[in-house]
Design a protein around this ligand. Sequence first.
Ligand SMILES: *[C@@H]1O[C@H](CO)[C@@H](O)[C@H](O)[C@H]1NC(C)=O
Ligand SMILES: *[C@@H]1O[C@H](CO)[C@@H](O)[C@H](O)[C@H]1NC(C)=O
Length: 148
Amino acid sequence: MEFRWQHAVVCMSVLLAIQVCCIDDAWVLRKHSGWNKLILVHQWPVTVCEMVEKHCEHLPNYWTLHGLWPDKTDMCNTSWPLDLTNIQDLLAEMNKWWPDIIHPNCSDFWKHEWIKHGTCAATLSCLDSQHKYFSKGLELYSSVDLNR
Ligand SMILES: *[C@@H]1O[C@H](CO)[C@@H](O)[C@H](O)[C@H]1NC(C)=O
Ligand SMILES: *[C@@H]1O[C@H](CO)[C@@H](O)[C@H](O)[C@H]1NC(C)=O
C-alpha cells in the first residue's frame, strides 16, 4: 500500500515562547515556570478515529488542531475550569478547526485541553486568559498550515 503522509496521526511543531509571545515572556518563562517550549499538535481526523475504532461521522478531511501544549508539565491550576462564555466569539472557528473528532460535543475536549495544558501555558502574559489561549491556538494553527 502506498504510504500517504497525511495518514500520520499527529504532527507536532515545537514553538519557542519567543515565537509565540515576546522576549520578555521568554525571560519570565525561564524564571518562573516548569516548561520552556510549546508544542502545537495537529491531528489527521480519519486516523484518530480509526485508532479508537469508532465509527465517526462527518469527519473533516483536513488537519485539525489537537492542542497547544507546554512541554514537561500539565494540570497547573485545577481550580480554573474553562468557562465557555469566555470564548463565545471563538466557538464557530473552534468547531471548524479544533473539533473533537471522537465526540459530537466538543466542549468536554476543550475543557480538558484547557485544564491540562492551558492552565500551564497561562504563565505567559500573552496566554494568561482562556480567550488568549484559544485564540492564540487558532492563530498558530493557521500560521502552521498543513492543509495548503
Ligand atoms: C488558579 O486559578 C484561579 C482562577 O483563575 C485563580 O484565582 C488562582 O489564583 C489560580 N491559582 C494559582 C496557583 O495560580
Ligand atoms: C455540550 O456539553 C455542554 C456541557 O459540557 C453543554 O452545556 C452544551 O449544551 C452541549 N452542547 C451541545 C450542542 O449539546
